[in-house]
Design a protein around this ligand. Structure first.
Ligand SMILES: Cc1cc2nc3c(=O)[nH]c(=O)nc-3n(C[C@H](O)[C@H](O)[C@H](O)COP(=O)(O)O)c2cc1C
Length: 207
């Protein structure tokens, strides 16, 4: 699979008309290749002073509006995004010698969209969202488990769990999306869609 993808390359004439459709094609390829969690992406943010930080999150939706993930709005990443909405997403699809890098601005998803996604999650994950002050220090593992047990007693399996007010989605609205395809002799293909007032412009970058 890897050798074949490398040989195929990524040429301008084969590119979709916009980054969403190109991403959809590559996402399908990544799923079919058997990559574990192809929707895992590295999200990089920076604080107001420009200090960067990165972590993995799961992509939960994408369409012409952007790329959506869910998290705790009190977490480090969320606080950084409130101060500085510029963000980078990186999909590290190593087994098929591909990488996609999205840069853009993050905005909160609407409460209806968040609620619809929250309700689709397993009961235990819903309780887990309530139990965690994500990114804050916790005294012990026991404290976390005690919080969870309390919630499990209050909301038994089958009972509706309200959406935590401190939890929800971010949609990353892309300004640029780069598609990287590994090729022989380090002569990789890098095609980048850049948003312009007239629409998407494609540029090729040296590898
Ligand atoms: C495979 C994988 C998937 C993850 N998915 C999410 C996710 O969808 N949302 C989330 O908030 N954290 C997710 N995490 C945990 C984050 O990497 C991170 O530890 C957490 O969000 C706190 O990050 P922060 O303190 O930088 O805000 C995931 C971690 C891994 C390894």
């Amino acid at each position: 699979m890897r050798r074949q993808y490398r040989a195929d390359g990524l040429l301008e004439q084969d590119l979709a008309a916009d980054p969403l459709h190109q991403f959809a094609r590559w996402f399908t390829d990544a799923e079919r290749s058997g990559i574990d969690e192809p929707n895992a992406m590295v999200v990089s943010t920076a604080d107001a002073e420009g200090r960067p930080s990165s972590r993995t999150v799961l992509l939960k939706a994408f369409d012409e509006r952007g790329f959506v993930f869910y998290t705790n709005y009190g977490s480090r990443k969320a606080r950084e995004l409130e101060a500085n909405p510029y963000v980078s997403l990186l999909f590290p699809w190593h087994p098929i010698a591909r990488q996609v890098i999205v840069s853009g601005r993050a905005e909160r998803t609407g409460r209806d969209e968040t609620a619809a996604y929250f309700r689709s999650r397993p009961h235990g994950s819903r309780l887990g969202a309530w139990a965690s002050d994500q990114s804050a220090p916790v005294a012990s593992r026991a404290e976390l488990e005690a919080r969870y047990a309390e919630l499990a007693a209050r909301y038994p399996e089958g009972e509706g769990v309200p959406v935590p007010p401190f939890w929800g989605g971010f949609r990353v609205v892309p300004d640029a999306v780069e598609f990287w395809q590994g090729r022989q002799n380090r002569l990789h293909d890098r095609l980048r869609f850049v948003r312009t007032p007239e629409g998407w412009r494609v540029e090729r970058l040296f590898p």
